[in-house]
Design a protein around this ligand. Structure first.
Ligand SMILES: Nc1ncnc2c1ncn2[C@@H]1O[C@H](COP(=O)(O)OP(=O)(O)O)[C@@H](O)[C@H]1O
Ligand SMILES: [Mg+2]
Length: 373
């Protein structure tokens, strides 16, 4: 069992607020990913949970027990770092068994447990080697095995795949997902890589400048980003975001900007209201009609499976991810369609999602009553 509760935890380094009043309740058995750009406080938060850094304020609870001031070794947690930090002079077997040896577990018991864990991670044939005779992926598995050997309640991992090449990273992602399923332990995993977060997490906590922007299932963050920061962080290319105005035309609401005229699919009236409108590149489709989005193509990237078309809409850049061949070339004009359900509206200053769900009232949307996304 390992439920982790982070209660109003802050960390200050001199004048830097690395982590600011973070609240997060991680259920037993979750695969929680702390995601965010470099420097947003992910490692600091993880290190506080591991006990390697003391919070400036706030509390940490493990299964309801306050562990804020408990020594790292006394927390039922295991940490896996980006650099594997294996002992170069010890064999794989002795590296894996090290945490047990330092806890004075009997030798026979250590051998038994090392064999078990090695089998789980397909390391059995490598037990007699030294780290220098292993590939990056194998070393990473040894580091994982060393964390698993104690059978901790929770695993804390800080960018453990970032030193692996792309192919190995993808394979190890799949292994971690399988491992999590098999062990049923709580995983708390730090990364700046949205693909890792989207593919592995049961929930993502997206951090920005020491604060949590949004917590939820990967699809929740992707489909209903709560802020423009979340919208712009996820997706490749990320969501297009443009300043626009919601207007009523002929009894229907539309969102307008230079090169953009898209119906919101609602019959209503309203005063002209400035917004930030968002739409994902993969939701745009070339059309022979007038098109909701119109612009001049600046570049076409061929991804093999599809193409990313970059275009100038008004004075903004927009990207569209379209099936191949799109049949467009740089310099040409392009019209694209987008459905009302694929439009996201945000407050032009705060960047907060203008939601039309009853539980998050907003003066503007309460009036316009946009449909549930
Ligand atoms: N030991 C430290 N002393 C001073 N500043 C630090 C220390 N550790 C981290 N920071 C600062 O705290 C902020 C968050 O850092 P970090 O948690 O490492 O971010 P991330 O892991 O998301 O890249 C950064 O501005 C970083 O420079
Ligand atoms: Mg870090």
């Amino acid at each position: 069992m390992a439920r982790l509760q982070i209660e109003a935890v802050s960390k200050r380094f001199g004048a830097t607020d690395a982590v600011r009043e973070v609240n997060l309740d991680i259920a037993d058995g979750e695969f929680m990913v702390l995601l965010g750009p470099s420097g947003c406080g992910k490692s600091t938060l993880l290190r506080m949970i591991a006990g390697l850094e003391a919070p400036t304020s706030g509390r940490l609870l493990l299964d309801g027990r306050d562990i804020t001031d408990v020594a790292p070794q006394q927390r039922d947690l295991a940490m896996v770092f980006q650099s594997y930090a294996l002992y170069p002079h010890l064999t794989v077997a002795r590296n894996i068994g090290f945490p047990l040896k330092s806890r004075r577990v009997p030798r026979a018991k250590i051998a038994e447990r090392v064999a078990e864990v090695a089998a789980t991670l397909a390391l059995t044939p490598l037990l007699d080697r030294r780290p220098s005779a292993l590939s990056g992926g194998q070393r990473q598995r040894v580091a994982l095995a060393r964390a698993m050997v104690r059978d901790p309640g929770a695993f804390l991992m800080d960018e453990p795949l970032s030193n692996l090449d792309a192919r190995l990273r993808s394979a190890t992602r799949a292994e971690l997902i399988a491992l999590h399923r098999r062990l049923g332990s709580t995983f708390l995993y730090v990364t700046h890589d949205q693909v890792e977060a989207m593919t592995m997490a049961t929930r993502i906590a997206l951090l920005n400048d020491g604060q949590i922007e949004q917590v939820g299932a990967p699809t929740e963050l992707y489909d209903t980003p709560r802020t423009t920061f979340v919208a712009a962080f996820l997706g490749a290319p990320p969501m297009n975001l443009l300043p626009a105005t919601v207007v009523a035309r002929g009894g229907e609401l539309r969102v307008l900007a230079d090169g953009l005229d898209a119906p919101l699919g609602i019959a209503d009236t309203c005063d002209d209201t400035p917004v930030t409108v968002g739409f994902r590149p993969e939701r745009l489709r070339p059309t022979t009609g007038v098109g909701a989005v119109r612009g001049q193509v600046t570049m076409v990237e061929n991804l093999g499976s599809e193409e990313v078309v970059h275009l100038t809409v008004g004075d903004r850049q927009v990207s569209a991810r379209v099936p191949r061949p799109a049949g467009v070339v740089a310099g040409g004009q392009l019209a694209l369609s987008v459905g009302p359900a694929d439009l996201h509206l945000f407050h032009p200053e705060s960047g907060q999602r203008l939601t039309w769900q009853a539980d998050v009232p907003d003066p503007m949307t309460a009036r316009t009553e946009l449909p549930v996304a």
